[in-house]
Design a protein around this ligand. Structure first.
Ligand SMILES: C[S@@+](CC[C@H](N)C(=O)[O-])C[C@H]1O[C@@H](n2cnc3c(N)ncnc32)[C@H](O)[C@@H]1O
Length: 262
């Protein structure tokens, strides 16, 4: 199967090491930001889910591509009813093996289809994972389906990097990741600027041989994401450079964007 048509590939390759050392960002700032949104007024006038510990008029919270629960677990620990969608059963098995993880329902499926009904007061898709949808029409499907399951007034929060043309001016990039006495890890990228995609190989050399971890993304500039949202009937209401609400400007290398359903 092509790397562009295999949403389960990430989890098959990374589930065992995803939560390992040196890995992923501290979820605390994201959790604080998302919890603030949930603690706001209920979009359809029900009780706050954080307040009554269960879905209210505006419903609960949905994480697309929930993974092993890096963000969802600490959010659920605050009493917020989080559900997930995830393509990889391997990632979900890791989530459900963690304390509190089995209390988080996850629909196994493609986040472009959003295979749940809602309504949710908040949906979120963080850590650049929108770009894991490597086809333009599937990115559009994702926004359309999120709009379908959001309650009126509900929010969709996206966190992605801002593409930097300096990274791919010759349609390729080589990064050294790690060099030790026993191993070396490099990353090679091949860009297709017309399609706005890249394929990455993370290659580890060690005593057991050569290990390949392929990965593909379709990157978007913030205004392209806004256009997807607008076509789905969602409106940009807030944009920051990071979870601490630093102002977003032309030098920002990432953004947190909040879209609302009217
Ligand atoms: C970088 S991880 C992020 C996991 C989690 N959201 C976090 O912030 O730690 C990307 C996740 O997206 C999932 N994924 C990739 N493509 C997907 C798709 N089309 N539908 C659902 N999940 C997908 C992967 O299995 C993986 O769990």
């Amino acid at each position: 199967m092509s790397i562009f048509d295999d949403p389960g590939l990430f989890g098959r390759l990374w589930a065992d090491t995803y939560d390992g050392p040196g890995g992923n960002p501290d979820p605390a700032p994201a959790v604080a930001f998302l919890a603030d949104l949930v603690d706001g007024p209920d979009p359809v006038g029900g009780t706050s889910p954080a307040g009554d510990n269960g879905p209210a008029g505006g419903g609960g919270v949905l994480e697309l591509a929930i993974g092993t629960g890096r963000v969802a677990l600490p959010l659920a620990e605050r009493g917020i009813p989080v559900e997930g969608v995830e393509a990889s059963p391997e990632m979900v098995a890791k989530l459900h093996a963690k304390p509190g993880g089995d209390g988080i329902p996850v629909a196994i499926g493609d986040m472009a289809d959003v295979p749940v009904t809602g309504p949710y007061r908040l949906a979120y898709l963080v850590f650049n994972t929108l770009f894991n949808l490597v086809r333009e029409e599937r990115q559009a499907d994702c926004f359309r389906n999120v709009a379908r399951v959001l309650a009126p007034g509900g929010a969709f929060v996206i966190e992605t990097f801002v593409p930097d043309p300096a990274d791919f001016d010759r349609d390729e990039q080589v990064q050294m990741r790690e060099v030790t006495e026993d191993s070396a890890t490099i990353r090679l990228h091949r860009y297709d600027r017309a399609a706005q995609t890249f394929v990455r190989q993370t290659i580890r050399f060690d005593a057991d041989g050569v290990h390949l971890h392929p990965f593909a993304m379709r990157y978007l500039w913030p205004e392209q994401i806004d256009a997807l949202a607008e076509r789905a009937g969602l409106r940009l209401t807030e944009r920051y450079a990071d979870w601490d609400r630093s102002p977003f400007d032309a030098d920002s290398r990432s953004h947190i964007s909040v879209y609302r359903k009217p």
